[in-house]
Design a protein around this ligand. Structure first.
Ligand SMILES: Cc1ncc(C[n+]2csc(CCOP(=O)(O)OP(=O)(O)O)c2C)c(N)n1
Ligand code: SF4
Length: 291
């Protein structure tokens, strides 16, 4: 049996199935999956049908961290904690926003859980509302680009630093455009005892307004522009960074997506594009991204 699918109902070209399948394979299917309410849950655990090849529990939108902590504690009490990895799969809304309290508690108590946030940069299941992971300038249904505002104002929250600040043993960012790198990170995470946080960039074809054929290309450009740096922390120390040869201007990433289309004609668009370039340049300096 496949570890994830066939039969899930994700849109053709959706990014997260690559991450879910990749993580389950990396851990040889020895997983108890905890999945917060969101697109992944909706498309994979419909009434009477479930496309997971591992034990699976659907948590609320806001409590995946607490549910995973409970399962991990029960396994330890039963002395069965070596039998499976407890792995959370949660969207960015569940992680950056509504579930950050239970995630923070899980990390603070250092539960032996791998928490994977599939980051599609908005609440996609309910129709593309902004989350704190939404990048500056993106049009969402709650930050519609119009005469007054040119899309989301303010920066994407730096969840990687927040996870590192909890003092947990392993934190990494990843991208579905680099599946081997993602799988290596999942395997590496599994080697540490305690809480692990991995954030994987996973485009949403409908919310971002991209051609389903270009999902991987768009995700790759996020990395190659410096907007989505791939970094790895072990015991609080930055240990690895994916270097970029000839970093691309952010426009190359933005122009493939409907959510940023207005930036190329809105009076404030140039300012926002410059701000996004500043974000990419700051990432490059901070992490030493340029090869
Ligand atoms: C307390 C609560 N508020 C709102 C909802 C409605 N709701 C279900 S999924 C979802 C958005 C999920 O967003 P995210 O975690 O980013 O996952 P995605 O759908 O993008 O995969 C919302 C708002 C809910 N289920 N529970
Ligand atoms: S709406 Fe977006 S995140 Fe949800 S299944 Fe479709 S492409 Fe994937």
């Amino acid at each position: 049996m496949s570890l994830f699918g066939p039969g899930h109902g994700a849109c053709p070209g959706c990014g997260f199935p690559i991450a879910v399948r990749g993580a389950l394979e990396a851990l040889d299917g020895k997983v108890i999956a905890v999945n917060s309410t969101g697109c992944l849950e909706i498309v994979s655990s419909m009434y009477g049908r479930n496309t997971w090849g591992v034990p699976y529990i659907h948590s609320l939108f806001e409590n995946a961290g607490a549910v995973a902590a409970g399962i991990e504690t029960a396994l330890r009490a039963l002395k069965r904690d070596k039998e499976a990895h407890v792995v959370v799969f949660a969207g960015d809304g569940a992680t950056f926003d509504i579930g950050i309290g239970t995630l923070s508690g899980m990390m603070d108590r250092n539960h032996n859980v791998i928490y994977i946030c599939y980051d599609n940069e908005a609440y996609q299941n309910t129709g593309n509302q902004q989350s704190m992971a939404t990048p500056t300038g993106a049009a969402t249904t709650t930050t519609p680009a119009g005469k007054v505002i040119p899309g989301k104002m303010g920066r994407k929250k730096d969840m990687i630093s927040i996870a590192v600040a909890h003092g947990i043993p392993y934190v990494a960012s990843a991208s579905i455009a680099f599946p081997k790198d993602f799988q290596r990170k999942v395997k590496r995470a599994a080697e540490f005892e305690g809480a692990k946080y991995i954030q994987v960039h996973a485009p949403c074809v409908t919310g971002w307004g991209i051609d389903g054929k270009l999902t991987v290309e768009v995700a790759r450009l996020a990395v190659e522009t410096g907007l989505y740096p791939l970094v790895e922390y072990e015991n609080g120390k930055l240990v690895r960074v994916r270097k970029i040869k000839d970093r691309k201007p952010v426009e190359e990433y933005l122009k493939l997506q409907r959510r940023f289309r207005h930036l190329f004609k809105h009076p404030k668009g140039k300012e926002i594009i410059e701000e996004l370039q500043r974000v990419a340049d700051e990432n490059a300096r901070r992490y030493g991204l340029d090869a």
